[in-house]
Design a protein around this ligand. Structure first.
Ligand SMILES: Cc1cc2nc3c(=O)[nH]c(=O)nc-3n(C[C@H](O)[C@H](O)[C@H](O)COP(=O)(O)OP(=O)(O)OC[C@H]3O[C@@H](n4cnc5c(N)ncnc54)[C@H](O)[C@@H]3O)c2cc1C
Length: 416
């Protein structure tokens, strides 16, 4: 092992923070470099809240590299296709291949999983690593600038804890405290998109059986509904997306189901049955970031939603967080003289290289999600043209509905 022992402090033990810790730990071990990783999480205990997440092959390749895929597959769903249908009539519009076809095309599966399961598996693996320490109940309180560098101060039970590290990774999510502390301008902060997500879980055995094999997407005027199996096929993840006023910042605000039903009046009977079976749904305001974001500041790097909040309409929020982590590990441990990357004058440059190498891809993903939002929520008569086009492709060029996303799903970051 090298004598050049380095320290990374990660703010936030969410999907991005934990994946970054695991990727850096593995890359450093493989390069025979010494690295200490400390994660500071404001929640008192592991936050396994949430509902479903989609993980496309660009992310599952990385999770496989981290040795987590088998465990994930045991509690994930692997839909065979995405069936798009009209929200009102229930009539099928498109059938996009996934399942075995996606696995063969990209060399890794497209899976759907409960966020709590992914989080639990990442956390368990991180806890097993001797060079990773996780501190719960530690909330970022201050970023203090010293010369050209920053250092972090955390609040733990009312006490200030100072943390010196060679590199700080801000993985503190869409409402990033770290970003506000840096006083970044409006371009860099997440803003409410005008869209709300209503999340619920369906346990009803008949419905679970009926919708077991596919991801379903129902489209309508200013709204759409997504459904897929999670928890090893025992539950369905139901999310309705609507346009409307801002509720408070939260992942877990109780939803008023009668309000949701007014958005979906006249939709087909499957939707009604699913809403009735979903029990207490949660409401979540969707935020998006401006395309001109900045991720690197001297010795601080933003990753995941803290760097680039993305609308979930291309299902890439978690996948981009996982990619960020692997990309960083690649960058810091590529080449023979690895520890040079950490030298005072080199690290800020390395972080800029990271930023440049992620910018276009992340921006394109954000824009694709925005474009989907517009296409999914079209009203008649333009929606009729959309439906005709999708029906035509499903019939005569079905595979192109997936291959148009090759740029997204075939990208590999798992070579660290
Ligand atoms: C409770 C919760 C439920 C979610 N549910 C869903 C869902 O059902 N479906 C979906 O698609 N996406 C969900 N998401 C979002 C999804 O996890 C992210 O979009 C994606 O995985 C990117 O992850 P991230 O690590 O960047 O952010 P997150 O997963 O949001 O993680 C950020 C972490 O930083 C911590 N943190 C925040 N501020 C501070 C601070 N000041 N100091 C220290 N720690 C801090 C948070 O507690 C959290 O653990 C949820 C996120 C959370 C936190």
């Amino acid at each position: 092992m090298s004598e050049q022992r380095k320290t990374v402090a990660i703010i936030g033990a969410g999907i991005a923070g934990l994946t970054a810790a695991l990727s850096l730990s593995l890359a450093a071990n493989q390069a025979e470099q010494s690295l200490d990783i400390e994660i500071f999480e404001k929640a008192e205990v592991a936050n396994e809240e949430g509902a479903g997440l989609q993980l496309s092959p660009n992310a599952t390749h990385i999770l496989q590299k981290l040795g987590l895929l088998d465990e994930l597959l045991a509690c994930a769903g692997q839909p065979q296709n995405i069936i798009m249908a009209d929200g009102r009539t229930g009539q099928q519009i498109a059938d996009i291949p996934l399942g075995d076809y996606a696995q063969t095309r990209y060399g890794a599966p497209y899976i759907v999983v409960h966020r709590g399961d992914l989080h639990r598996i990442l956390l368990a693996k991180a806890t097993q690593q001797t060079n990773i320490n996780i501190y719960f109940g530690h909330e970022l309180a201050n970023l203090v600038q010293q010369d050209a560098k920053y250092k972090c101060e955390f609040n733990y039970l009312g006490k200030a804890i100072n943390k010196q590290a060679d590199l700080y990774i801000a993985a503190d999510g869409v409402w990033s405290q770290c970003k506000s502390q840096l006083g970044l301008d409006a371009r860099n902060l997440a803003v409410y998109s005008g869209h709300m997500a209503w999340r619920g879980l369906v346990d009803d055995t008949q419905l679970v059986e009926k919708f077991q094999n596919s991801t379903h997407v129902w489209l309508g005027n200013k709204a759409h509904v997504v459904l897929y199996p999670i928890s090893g096929g025992k539950q369905l993840n139901l999310v309705a997306f609507t346009e409307g006023v801002f509720k408070q910042k939260s992942w877990a605000l109780d939803a008023d189901i009668s309000e949701l039903k007014t958005h979906l009046t006249g939709w087909n009977e499957d939707i009604e049955a699913l809403l009735d079976a979903a029990g207490q749904m949660k409401i979540w305001p969707l935020c998006a970031g401006a395309p001109e974001y900045q991720t690197a500041h001297d010795n601080i790097l933003f990753i995941g939603d803290a760097a680039h909040p993305t609308l979930p309409y291309q299902a890439q929020g978690a996948a981009m967080a996982v990619e960020d982590a692997a990309c960083l590990a690649n960058l810091l441990y590529a080449g023979a003289e690895d520890w040079h990357h950490w030298a005072d004058e080199i690290l800020p440059l390395k972080l800029r290289v990271y930023e440049a190498s992620r910018h276009d891809r992340v921006t394109k993903t954000q824009q694709t999600a925005l474009q989907n939002a517009r296409i999914f929520h079209l009203s008649a008569p333009i929606s009729w043209a959309r439906d005709l086009y999708l029906k035509f492709l499903s019939r005569f060029a079905r595979k192109s509905l997936l291959s148009r996303l090759d740029w997204l799903y075939s990208k590999r970051y798992d070579n660290f």
